[in-house]
Design a binder for this molecule. Sequence first.
Ligand SMILES: O=P(O)(O)OC[C@H]1O[C@H](OP(=O)(O)OP(=O)(O)O)[C@H](O)[C@@H]1O
Ligand code: HPA
Length: 175
Amino acid sequence: MIQIKDKEFISYISEEMLLQRVREMGGKISRDFEGQSPVLLGVLNGSFMFLADLAKSISIPVEICFLKISSYQGTNSTGKVKDMSSLDIDLKDRPAIIVEDIVDTGLSMNYLLGKIKKLGPKSVSIATLLTKPDALQHPVKVDYVGFEIPNKFVVGYGLDYDGYGRNLPAIYQLK
Ligand SMILES: O=P(O)(O)OC[C@H]1O[C@H](OP(=O)(O)OP(=O)(O)O)[C@H](O)[C@@H]1O
Ligand code: HPA
């Protein structure tokens, strides 16, 4: 068990399981995009650790850049997406893969899909480490999912509670 600020969390997905699954996802993306060079669009802050491990498991040429949005306060969605991105790459006719740590209510991913599609990419795919099917309020089709998890708040491996816990190498669930 670990404590972050006022909350207690218990072990949920080990570092070994995460890395094994992320490597499988990287392998699948490499096969699916064989002969192409997609752009990985990491969504800050939460995706930084997943994106780093995923990118190392991809064997085709990729470019990497970042978007920055935020919608959570503490353990709840504010229902609004704040966009702080300044995307410095031309996506026109390029395959784009949005890389997220989690699709929870789906609000952020729906916003991102709308934003990226307007830039004229050849295709837009979604890779997320986690989904919470029971929490989804804004439906979205995700192409690559690491783990489907129950509707409980999680931290670690990029995911935070109030800014903390992102550096944990494994994932923990609210007790
Ligand atoms: O499906 P949703 O309910 O929209 O939740 C998912 C979003 O919430 C988290 O971001 P957050 O707003 O916490 O910002 P962060 O990445 O900087 O932690 C996460 O990284 C996703 O972007
Ligand atoms: O369960 C979660 N944990 C951390 N950040 C999040 N953003 C959406 N859902 C979560």
